[in-house]
Design a protein around this ligand. Structure first.
Ligand SMILES: Nc1ncnc2c1ncn2[C@@H]1O[C@H](COP(=O)(O)OP(=O)(O)OP(=O)(O)O)[C@@H](O)[C@H]1O
Ligand SMILES: [Mg+2]
Length: 382
């Protein structure tokens, strides 16, 4: 497989390693955590341990002895395997001067993140990663990235068919092995049904009771399924903006797949041609564009959508430094302004609104509204 450089991710990781004695690199299965850490480790001549390796010298008996002696960078892969590690790392992170820094890798699990944060409060920094972005894949490969998604083995597969089958296997493994491995006892068949239904809800506001009804289950169960797939980085719940403007706002989150490749696999869209004729492809593209904007602007913690019962709507709202920025995703050749855009500009007092679209030209729609090609997302700054 061809190697795809991930420079800005490497830079983020290097900065994190300088910031705190312990760095936690989290991301879904197969997104490239080990590959990234091995490059960083190679350059830093780091000690590398994989706790999934049955021969690892780091088990609960030998942990203390082996780790205490190490200097420089120490990488511990699949760290969720050994919970005894975390309280012990706290002791090691408090030594002064600091002889060693630790990079921990794990597949996403809220439990893991919480366990680590609690044992290592004030000593740990998080870096989150996912599959390839458009910046990494290159804008000329936007259609392929959209259709196949960003997991390296899917994106780089030699054919659409191989990519599709890799994604189907990934979904099955996630249901049958990864989630149970995190201690979550959820029937795989029911969760698969939920996940497939979620594919048809891409870009819609979440309605637990409706979903529970169609699955013939309880509302709480549907909510739990949603939370599990969100926690394992499969889905994003984009939250509604909740400021007080004296308007009636929609209060439920919107649901998006974080990886459009998995969305398309569940929808059985095997080829780019099948995607092009999919009646709801606009929702798929919207989710793809939203993920790209959020990752480009590192906006995971300050992103929302905006929707009033009066019908005004904004796909993505980012609040930063006391200002509000808007993004509308338009799957169209040459989008123009709409009435809703002007209403939203006014309602929210947006500093700027970008209309993200699949074309190639940046152009002004008004003083504070710019049409911006998704392909040029790397150049977008607030
Ligand atoms: N930058 C890259 N360019 C090309 N291929 C890559 C890149 N990063 C990862 N891969 C490939 O993607 C696959 C998954 O990568 P890796 O094992 O690093 O992921 P991971 O997140 O550690 O997965 P797991 O959670 O299953 O341990 C591997 O086949 C790897 O070779
Ligand atoms: Mg790994």
């Amino acid at each position: 497989m061809k190697w795809v450089p991930r420079e800005s991710l490497e830079k983020r990781l290097a900065q994190a390693l300088k910031r705190a004695p312990v760095t936690l690199l989290l991301g879904p299965r197969q997104c490239g955590k080990t590959s990234l850490a091995q490059r960083v480790a190679g350059r830093a001549r780091a000690a590398y341990f994989d706790l999934e390796d049955p021969e690892t010298p780091l088990n609960s008996q030998t942990l203390a002895l082996n780790l205490r002696a190490l200097k420089g960078l120490v990488v511990i892969d699949e760290c969720q395997r050994e919970p005894a590690l975390f309280p012990f790392l706290r002791v090691l992170a408090d030594r002064r001067p600091l002889p060693a820094r630790f990079l921990l890798l794990g597949s996403v699990s809220p439990e893991l993140a919480r366990g680590v944060s609690e044992s290592l409060a004030g000593r740990v920094t998080h870096v989150e990663m996912e599959g390839f972005t458009l910046g990494e894949a290159g804008p000329e490969h936007a259609d392929r990235l959209w259709h196949r998604g960003g997991f390296p083995p899917s994106y780089l597969a030699p054919s659409d068919a191989k990519s599709y089958h890799w994604r189907l296997d990934f979904i099955q493994t996630h249901l049958e092995r990864d989630l149970p491995g995190l201690g979550l006892r959820i029937p795989a068949a029911a969760l698969r049904r939920f996940w497939t239904m979620a594919a048809h809800l891409q870009g819609q506001t979440w309605n637990a009771s409706e979903l529970a009804r169609s699955m013939k289950t309880q509302e709480g169960t549907a909510q739990r399924y949603l939370d599990v797939l969100t926690g394992s980085f499969m889905l994003r719940q984009l939250q509604p903006w909740f400021g007080n403007l004296g308007k009636r706002l929609v209060k439920a989150p919107k649901i998006y797949f974080r990886d459009t490749g998995l969305l398309h696999a569940l929808l059985r869209l095997r080829t780019q041609g099948e995607l092009r004729t999919y009646p709801r492809l606009g929702f798929s593209w919207e989710g793809f564009a939203i993920e790209e904007v959020i990752r480009r602007l590192d906006a995971d913690r300050d992103c929302y959508f905006y929707k009033t019962h009066g019908g005004a709507e904004l796909d993505l709202l980012i609040e930063r430094g006391g200002r509000r920025y808007g993004f509308e995703m338009k799957y169209a050749d040459a989008p123009a302004t709409t009435k809703s855009m002007h209403v939203v500009m006014e309602d929210l007092g947006l500093a700027h609104l970008w209309v993200i679209y699949p074309g190639s030209r940046v152009y002004k729609l008004s003083e504070k509204i710019t049409a911006w090609p998704l392909d040029r997302i790397a150049g977008l700054e607030l």
